[in-house]
Ligand binder design. Structure first.
Ligand SMILES: *Cc1c(COP(=O)(O)O)cnc(C)c1O
Length: 380
C-alpha cells in the first residue's frame, strides 16, 4: 500500500505530469512571467466554469479577502461579522484594515456560521458579513442573503475551501459557491480543492463596478499605468501558477467527485458509531470535502487517537484547535472564553482524516480499521 498522506499532491501530479510540465515550459520559454497569456485564459476559463461575470486573479486567498474589504470602502470601526470557528485569514484582514471583526458561533453539526446568530450580532455599525464555506459546503446563503438585503449589508463569501460546491435556492436556482454574495474569495494554495504549485487566489463578482475597482486595487490603485487614483496593493497570480491551474481546472469536476466518493466511503463505515459523528450535509449545498471531519464523543481521547493513528503511519489534523475568540491576537472586550460554546466544543472534539483525490479503498479500509481499533477500548 502506498504511503497515506493528508493530501497526496505527488500522486495527483504523476497523473498530469506531462501536461503540467509542458504548460510550465511554455511559460519558461515565453518569459511572460507576469500577466502572461495563461493568466487571462485561466480567468476566462474559471468565469465560464463558475458562471460568474468577473474573476480577478490575485496572489493568494488572504489577499483576495483583503482586496474585497478594500473595494467596499469600509471605514475604521465598521463591523464585519464572521464565524468564530474558521481559519484565521478571514478575521485577520478585517483587523488589518482597522475594521472590527464581530464573531458569531457556528452550527454544531454542519460547523457553518449560524444565520440566526448573524442577525443577533447586527448593529448600526455592521457593514458586511463574511460567511465561510467551511470544509467544503456552503453556509446557508439563502438566509444570509435575505438578512443582508434586509439590513443593507455586503456579503463576502470565503470560498477558499469550497470551490465547485453548488448551492440550490428554494426557487430551484443553482449557483456555484463564491458567486452568490457581492464578492467571493478563494485560494489556490496547493492543498485546496483547486490548488496550484505555490500561492494563488482569486476574487469573483457579478458586479461590473466592483470588478473594475477590485482590478485597480490589485494593481497599485491604477487603471492607467502610473495614474494612481486610489491606494492599492500589488497582488497578482503568477503566469506559471495560472498555467498550472488551467490544466487542473479541466479535472476539477473529476477531483470533486473523487473527494465525494471517498467521503461516502468513510461515511458508510463510520455512520451510526456511538463514539463519533460523521460530517453532516446541509440540504441546500453539495459538499466538496476539502476536509473530512469527524466529531468525537467527549470521552474519546482525541490526542490518543491522533497519536495511535500516527503510529500506524496515518496522518490526521485538527482543524481548528483554537477558535478565533481565544486567539491572542483577536482578544477583545466584546467577547471572551465561553462566549462561543459550540466553537469551543468543536475545537476540542473534531479530527480530520486524510482526504484527497487519490485515496484508494485499500488506504481508506486501513484508516477505518485503525479508527475502530482505537475506539474499541471505550466499548465494553
Ligand atoms: C486557505 C484559506 C484562506 C487563505 O488562503 P491563502 O491562499 O492561504 O492566503 C482563507 N480562508 C480560508 C477558510 C482558508 O481555508
Amino acid at each position: 500500500m502506498k504511503e497515506i498522506r493528508m493530501v497526496d499532491l505527488a500522486t495527483q501530479y504523476e497523473k498530469i505530469k506531462i501536461e503540467i510540465n509542458e504548460a510550465i515550459n511554455e511559460v519558461l520559454e515565453s518569459t511572460a512571467f507576469i500577466n502572461g497569456p495563461a493568466v487571462r485564459t485561466f480567468k476566462e476559463n474559471l468565469e465560464k466554469h463558475l458562471k460568474v461575470h468577473h474573476v480577478i486573479p490575485c496572489a493568494n486567498g488572504t489577499d483576495a479577502l483583503q482586496l474585497a474589504m478594500m473595494a467596499l470602502d469600509l471605514q475604521p470601526g465598521d463591523e464585519v461579522i464572521t464565524a468564530s470557528f474558521t481559519y484565521v485569514a478571514t478575521a485577520e484582514v478585517i483587523a488589518l484594515l482597522k475594521l472590527t471583526p464581530v464573531l458569531v458561533d457556528v452550527d454544531e453539526e454542519t460547523f457553518l456560521i449560524d444565520p440566526q446568530k448573524i442577525e443577533k450580532a447586527i448593529t448600526s455599525k455592521t457593514k458586511a458579513i463574511v460567511p465561510v464555506h467551511l470544509f467544503g459546503q456552503c453556509a446557508d446563503m439563502e438566509r444570509i442573503m435575505a438578512i443582508a438585503n434586509r439590513y443593507n449589508l455586503f456579503v463576502i463569501e470565503d470560498t477558499a475551501q469550497a470551490i465547485n460546491a453548488e448551492y440550490t435556492f428554494s426557487d430551484g436556482t443553482v449557483k456555484k459557491a463564491g458567486t452568490i454574495g457581492h464578492i467571493g474569495c478563494t485560494s489556490f494554495f496547493p492543498s485546496k480543492n483547486l490548488g496550484c504549485y505555490g500561492d494563488g487566489g482569486a476574487i469573483f463578482t457579478n458586479d461590473d463596478v466592483l470588478a473594475s475597482k477590485l482590478r485597480m486595487i490589485a494593481n497599485h490603485g491604477q487603471s492607467i499605468q502610473y495614474h494612481h487614483d486610489i491606494v492599492g496593493v500589488n497582488s497578482r497570480l503568477d503566469t506559471i501558477q495560472a498555467a498550472i491551474l488551467n490544466i487542473k481546472l479541466k479535472y476539477l469536476n473529476d477531483y470533486t467527485k473523487a473527494r465525494q466518493a471517498a467521503a461516502e466511503y468513510y461515511d458508510h463505515a463510520f455512520e451510526g458509531h456511538p463514539l463519533l459523528k460523521i460530517p453532516k450535509r446541509t440540504l441546500n449545498s453539495t459538499h466538496v470535502f476539502h476536509q473530512y471531519t469527524l466529531k468525537l464523543s467527549p470521552e474519546v481521547d482525541r490526542n490518543g487517537l491522533k497519536n495511535y493513528l500516527a503510529e500506524q503511519k496515518i496522518p490526521s489534523m485538527i482543524y481548528y484547535p483554537i477558535p478565533l475568540h481565544k486567539q491572542k491576537a483577536y482578544q477583545s472586550d466584546r467577547y471572551g472564553p465561553g462566549d462561543f460554546p459550540i466553537s469551543e466544543q468543536l475545537a476540542a472534539s473534531v479530527i480530520s482524516l486524510p482526504m484527497h483525490t487519490e485515496l484508494t479503498k485499500e488506504q481508506q479500509d486501513f484508516i477505518i480499521h485503525h479508527v475502530f481499533n482505537f475506539l474499541k477500548r471505550y466499548i465494553s
